[in-house]
Design a protein around this ligand. Structure first.
Ligand code: GDP
Length: 501
């Protein structure tokens, strides 16, 4: 590597050592070309970033052009319900069992390959419709090269046909039309093409550039022509990938098979997956033990565009996860550890943000109440002692509360919010007392006398008191987030709403 670096960087006298940061992208490209080595690009070469990036697996930079080899297209079948998507996939899958002698039996692994006499191949995603397409798209890894739009000639363009066209367009995936059910009597292929043209899909027969192949999925008519048309489209698109270097791919599906255990189908997009390769995907990882194709064959390797069912997972990934090969099992473990810790961090950040947002909302509400009261000249901090116990019979349902808090400010804030619930029309909220500091035996007595709920904000309640309170059926509710305390009060109020009302 250092030789290649010095060779590429003729213009400077940099002494390349292990930790030398290379800023010039041209040098990196040249070294990749000369040596075939891949580099990890560290966008911000400060130490912390470097350490962080070293812990996760990242895709390699683009391969040099001369490393690229043609690869089969990956095709997704879409179209209106009942137009024959499933039948088409079934028929294509049947034709994919080339070597019947070998005893291959097709099985659903989420994708399969069809091989032509010419040796050309096409990979079909085995789940028809929007869902498969969206799933492959949603994680940023669009695995589909071409959409086969199935339109039944007897039915023509329907709602989901139009929807499929829209989705393919948005994802900038070219469309090839399969006009299906041509075995049916009296079907009109040209009418179907004309209605497609109204939606911007102009077939070659009408002077456009979209290939349309009339087929019968049921009678297996013209399916070869359809597959040939797909390989032609693939050539036009110049689909290529580097079959060397570390594997990259996407998980098509993952499941726990009762017989074989953890099993996931990987569509290889770059590199060649082999037995013994170590791969990570999402929070799953595997040391590849067995590779099976959809026609039941066990293979030793899977080059780009090949879907293979992989055995050897320690942890199962999820469909849509990006697959990356790593150097060793040790490395895979490091990556897993890092990814799990990242997930935890993300969770914490989200929770904190939610809490802060809520607190801010309540604070704003509190400030507004304060301002309103100041304007009315009404505001004063209430410091009166406990009210006298009311002797009169009161039929109005009431919630009595006793607020204890850690500091004046928090108690004040809580009282202020509670005051806005004073005039609850069905249940009355009565504040029997409030104060600063931990819950005391005296507080318990008062709460008992008034049948009150004690709200302790950011303060302790000594264990013996908790025990006593339990015995006497005095609820003590501890909180350290104002909005949660207020929510709790609201719940208590709701619980006291008479059923008849
Ligand atoms: P999907 O909802 O698009 O997956 O449609 P299916 O593959 O389930 O097919 C719907 C119905 O159309 C089934 O009864 C199929 O047997 C029938 N069908 C599919 N393809 C053809 C075809 O080429 N010719 C005829 N006559 N019927 C077909």
């Amino acid at each position: 590597v250092f030789k290649a670096l010095e060779f590429a960087d003729k213009t400077s006298d940099t002494d390349y050592k292990k930790d030398t940061v290379i800023h010039n992208p041209q040098i990196i490209r040249d070294v990749v070309k000369i040596s075939g080595f891949r580099f990890k690009i560290i966008s911000n070469p400060d130490k912390e970033t470097e350490e962080e990036e070293n812990k996760d697996a990242v895709p390699a930079p683009p391969a040099p052009p001369e490393a690229l080899k043609p690869r089969p297209p990956v095709v997704c079948v879409m179209g209106h319900v009942d137009h024959g998507k499933t039948t088409l996939l079934d028929s294509l899958r049947d034709t994919s069992v080339v070597d019947q002698e070998f005893g291959g039996i097709t099985q659903h692994i989420g994708a399969f390959e069809v091989k032509l006499q010419s040796g050309d191949k096409v990979t079909f995603l085995d789940t028809p419709g929007h869902a498969a397409f969206s799933a492959m798209r949603s994680r940023g890894a669009l695995a589909t090269d071409i959409v086969v739009l199935v339109v039944a000639a007897d039915d023509g363009v329907m709602e989901q046909t139009v929807e499929s066209i829209r989705m393919a367009r948005e994802a900038r995936v070219p469309i090839l039309v399969a006009i299906n059910k041509i075995d049916k009597p009296g079907v009109n292929i040209e009418r179907t093409m004309r209605s497609l043209a109204q939606h911007g899909i102009v077939c070659e027969a009408l002077g456009g550039d979209v290939q349309a192949i009339p087929v019968s999925a049921l009678k297996k008519q013209n399916l070869d022509t359809l597959v040939e048309a797909l390989t032609l489209q693939a050539q036009l698109m110049d689909l290529k990938a580097d079959p060397g270097g570390y594997v990259e791919g996407v998980v098509i599906e993952a499941l726990l098979d009762p017989k074989t255990g953890k099993q996931a189908t990987v569509l290889v997009q770059r590199g060649t997956l082999r037995r013994g390769s170590v791969i990570v995907a999402g929070t799953g990882w595997a040391k590849v033990r067995v590779l099976n194709t959809a026609d039941g064959q066990t293979v030793q390797e899977a080059p780009p565009s090949t879907p293979v069912s992989v055995l050897g997972w320690r942890e199962l990934p999820s469909a849509g996860d990006q697959v990356l090969e790593v150097a060793s099992e040790k490395r895979a473990n490091e990556v897993m550890k890092w990814r799990h810790s990242q997930r935890m961090k993300e969770k914490q950040v989200v929770d904190l943000e939610a809490i802060e947002a809520k607190e801010a909302e309540h604070n704003a509400q509190y400030q507004a109440t304060l301002a309103r009261k100041r304007a009315m000249g009404r505001f004063k901090l209430r410091r009166q002692g406990p009210r006298e116990k009311m002797i009169q019979e009161d039929t109005h349902p009431t919630l009595n509360v006793f607020v204890k808090g850690d500091v004046d400010g928090s108690v004040e804030a809580i009282l202020d919010i509670l005051e806005t619930y004073d005039e609850h029309d069905r249940v009355r909220l009565d504040l029997v007392n409030f104060g600063v500091g931990p819950v005391t035996p005296n507080d318990l007595e008062i709460a008992e006398a008034f049948n009150a709920v004690i709200y302790a904000f950011n303060v302790d309640c000594p264990t013996p008191l908790t025990v006593e309170a339990k015995k006497k059926n005095i609820p003590i509710k501890k909180h350290n987030i104002i909005y949660k305390l207020v929510d709790d009060v609201k719940e208590e109020l709701s619980a006291r709403i008479p059923v008849s009302q």
